[in-house]
Write a protein that binds this ligand. Sequence first.
Ligand code: CDP
Length: 208
Amino acid sequence: MIIAIDGPAASGKGTLGKRLAEHYGFAHLDTGLLYRAVAGVLIDGDVPLTDQDAATAVAQNLDVSHLDNDSRLRGAAMGEAASVVSAYQPVRDALLAFQRQFSVQEPGAVLDGRDIGTVVCPDANVKLFITAAPEERARRRHLELLRRGEQAEYETILADIRRRDERDMSRSTAPLKAAADAVTLDTTDLDPDAAFQAALAIVEAKHS
Ligand code: CDP
């Protein structure tokens, strides 16, 4: 059983993915962390993010065992950097096999990202496209960053989110978009519990 979750920045995909995975006893992969980790290695090595060959080599040799424990990866700067390296086709190719392998484990897997329903798992049993108004997404991300102790201005975050969505939607390789057979869930007016219940209802309806 594969649940694919896609959507724009800070739409709540990660939280939903985690809760759905816990509910069903499935494994969960936040695929954004893979791109964030590639960017992190380049930044640590003072390699420009525009160096596509270096980014590809990093993606091909990425150590995926510590991703969940690296809180630095979840910072705002890393999200921005991730969206630069994620536009390179060879980087995406290098990360594809790992994501596909992850998706086929029993009893099931939940993957969240931008291209899970369209490219990584086109045959997923359930595809969700999670969205919310940019202002609401910026409000949530602002709170999240403040809680993490990061300096964050709401207006800057909103601008970052708009720029990153634009980049993710307009790139030629695996652009952010809902798969034709995805169910779209707008969480603008839903708190995390309500969003989870709505997503659960969609999964149950698809799967019964
Ligand atoms: O948490 P947030 O939605 O802000 O970001 P993320 O899901 O960690 O993704 C960071 C960046 O990685 C995105 O802006 C995308 O450019 C890229 N990404 C991607 O291209 N494909 C994925 N499957 C996941 C992330």
